[in-house]
Design a protein around this ligand. Structure first.
Ligand SMILES: Cc1ncc(COP(=O)(O)O)c(C=O)c1O
Length: 316
């Protein structure tokens, strides 16, 4: 598989003489898109060898991961089940409706129960309830998935040179952990949390993934210097009027469709770094588009309304 890379011609970036690219992981597959294609590969390979063992995983009501898993199960004839955080809504949103249509069993649980999703005794309880299931952690973020994300580099189109900087979103941290552990030496990884956590907490998440993989080589200088982690400034999925306006303008004026939860935040952070002089003129910066566009269907109207409330400059 070859992941296309496109050059973006945005006025702000041209003013600073810095080239901006977008790595279109979102185009890997219409439904198993972005980092999901990589994260799910190991579990799917195993499931194909044990087709009678359902795949069970966890997520919220707009989860990109569960959406991709449901489609992958449908595609390969595998049973899938989801433990979903929060009460069952009166009507299913488009994400949940797709999952149901693709044959996924949906189980809504209280937030208190959902909080137990990493506990061994809770996972045993799920096995007793649902039988012999293959359990995939939230976000698909197993240690195998971390390794699989490290493979992303090998699939990048050779039509463009490797970037000097790669911006990527952090949720559970599995994608970024894999990318950093396998990064080409000339590329610095810029980590942008999609939730309100400090850079220190986000870095600890990365170390947990590396330790689980016995790959904690951060004592090695090239790994230590190869990435920068930023604070996550907004709560998960919060979109301010300015961010909504940025999302809208990038889409309508420049044809760049980002998801407001993850990749929009990466673009925003990269554009602030640009304005702060972080990127030397002539350097190449890439934004990793990790997909998630399916989630927009549930909030498009809200985004448009919020965007209308913003009057002011946008970093484009
Ligand atoms: C679209 C999108 N981008 C980025 C991420 C962050 O990936 P990770 O959880 O591996 O940090 C996610 C969550 O899985 C996502 O759905």
């Amino acid at each position: 598989m070859i992941v296309p890379i496109e050059k973006l011609n945005l006025p702000l970036w041209q003013t600073f003489g810095v080239e901006l690219y977008i790595i279109r992981l979102d185009q890997t597959h219409p439904h198993i898109s972005g980092n999901k294609w990589f994260k799910l590969q190991p579990a799917l390979e195993r499931a194909k060898k044990h087709p009678n063992q359902p795949l069970l995983s966890f997520g919220g009501a707009f989860s990109n991961h569960l959406h991709a898993l449901a489609y992958a199960g449908f595609l390969h004839g595998l049973s899938t089940m989801a433990i979903i955080r929060g009460e069952q809504p009166k009507s299913l949103n488009p994400t949940l409706q797709d999952m149901k249509n693709w044959g996924m069993q949906l189980h809504f649980v209280s937030r208190a129960e959902y909080a137990q999703r990493y506990r061994v005794d809770y996972l045993d309880h799920l096995r007793q309830r649902f039988g012999d299931v293959q359990i995939i952690p939230e976000g698909g973020s197993s240690s195998e998935a971390v390794n699989a994300c490290g493979e992303i580099w090998k699939h990048l189109s050779k039509d463009q040179p490797l970037p000097d900087y790669l911006g990527c979103a952090l949720g559970t941290g599995a994608t970024v952990a894999g990318l950093i552990a396998n990064r080409p030496l000339q590329t610095q990884v810029i980590v942008v949390p999609a939730l309100k956590i400090s850079a220190l907490e986000a870095t600890q998440m990365l170390h947990q993934h590396w330790q689980a993989n016995h790959a904690d080589r951060t004592d090695q200088i090239e790994l230590k210097e190869g990435f920068t982690v930023f604070d996550g400034e907004l709560p998960y999925a919060r979109v301010t009027p300015m961010m909504a306006a940025l999302w809208q303008r990038l889409s309508t004026c420049y044809g760049i469709d980002l998801d407001p939860v993850y990749t929009l935040r990466v673009y925003h952070r990269l554009s602030r770094l640009l304005q702060q002089g972080h990127f030397p003129a002539g350097s190449k910066v890439a934004l990793l588009h990790t997909g998630g566009l399916q989630g927009i269907r549930g909030c498009q109207q809200q985004l448009q309304q919020r965007s209308a409330a913003y009057i002011g400059p946008l970093p484009i």
